[in-house]
Design a protein around this ligand. Sequence first.
Ligand SMILES: [Zn+2]
Length: 477
Amino acid sequence: MRGPGKLSNIRLRAKPREAAKWAGEPDDNVTIRPKLIAAGLLTGLALAAVALALFFMLRTLPDYQRETGATPTPTAAYGNMMAVTRDPSQPTPFPSLSKGSRGERVLRLQTRLQELGYYAGETDGQFGGGTEQAVMLFQQANGLDADGYVGEATEAILYSDSAVRYTGTPVTSAAPTAAASTPVPFPGTLRSGSKGDSVITLQTRLRELGYYTGAIDGDYGRGTQNAVSAFQSANGLTADGVCGQLTWTALFSDTAVPKPTTAPVPTLDPSAARPYVRADGLPLVVNKKNPLPEGYATLQLVDMSTYCDPDIVKIKYAGTLAESEAVDALMVMLGAARAEGVGDWQISAAYRSETYQQQLMDEKVAELMRVNGLSRTKAEKAALNTVAEPGKSEHHLGTCFDITVPGRTFSGTRQHQWLTENCWKYGFILRYAKDKESITGYTAEAWHYRWVGQPHAQIMHEENLCLEEYVAKYGQP
Ligand SMILES: [Zn+2]
């Protein structure tokens, strides 16, 4: 069994100092200790502190979780974390399949992979190199950690109706394994902090392909990480900046795509109809009752990680896309904030495709079933409280941003306060406000902003209307 829940992830992610902050403990609580004389009093206080810490953790965690949930960690990293938290001394209640496994379940696996277009080899119940490659392709396409290991999470998605099909050439049993076709042997996963000759090999290759301009020093730092992410984005891999086997194989294959030499220059025709604006000129509403119109096409998505000034905003995930017009407005707003002394901004999410939203939904359902022990039907219903159904997320528009502060819960920060007071001036609205929950149908989200432009943002601000109310009041039916 590979999957503990988000709680253990959070525990891993949080630095002890942050945990203390959540618990509301002062940083200098050490200084009061000498004043306590009675040991009993100390014990009592310690117990009270633990109780207090638990109380605040329970109160604060859901928000942090939701923010994180709204802004998913690339799944490869998520998978790595799950692997770390697995206790190998515990019996595996759900035996997983991997290379070398045989039998009925392998046969079923091969049949399913064949059905989905990943596998064209023999269905012989023997988990060999071909089956493993097909599993990795499947995992990659479905946002899972591509480790070739069929655990509970992989199985859950594999046999679900929402499993993403493969459109490339399926793997046959005879296909050489990834390692055999690699001229440079895979040295094991390399990531931020790795050092040595393999990192030199990696940096040299990244430079050859035009992704890396830093020193060839065998030190996997920020520059190498960014180069790996950029390579992954351009080569259809999950852009997590970690060089695992798939990335390594792609890097050293003849088909590795070099860095595109010309960055796309966004040019918007001001007279063009905007897909995110209704015929009557009001912002298009996408919510639980109004799904994205059939055949909706975005206008001009740009890659924020290369488009935005990193001195003004950090883009949490390389390859994050959004409509250029909205990004321009965002940069004006955050630039103004910085000029007023409020910096340290981060974008955790922007545009999301319907396929990606489906993956988020599947992950949430699988998690609720696994961690909370819900039935599929109940999990699917519960997931709707925090994850928008594909086609019903505003993120499909490319004009919404989850604005956060690196490493912190956004609510209550001065960045949060600044946006609350000023965002309307720059054409942005807080989309899911506390006092509009019954109308928007969403629990308040302090971090989710939508660009709607003027005069809409100003009118909504002055009249305290959420988008649904604004459209109902001023729109043409
Ligand atoms: Zn959002």
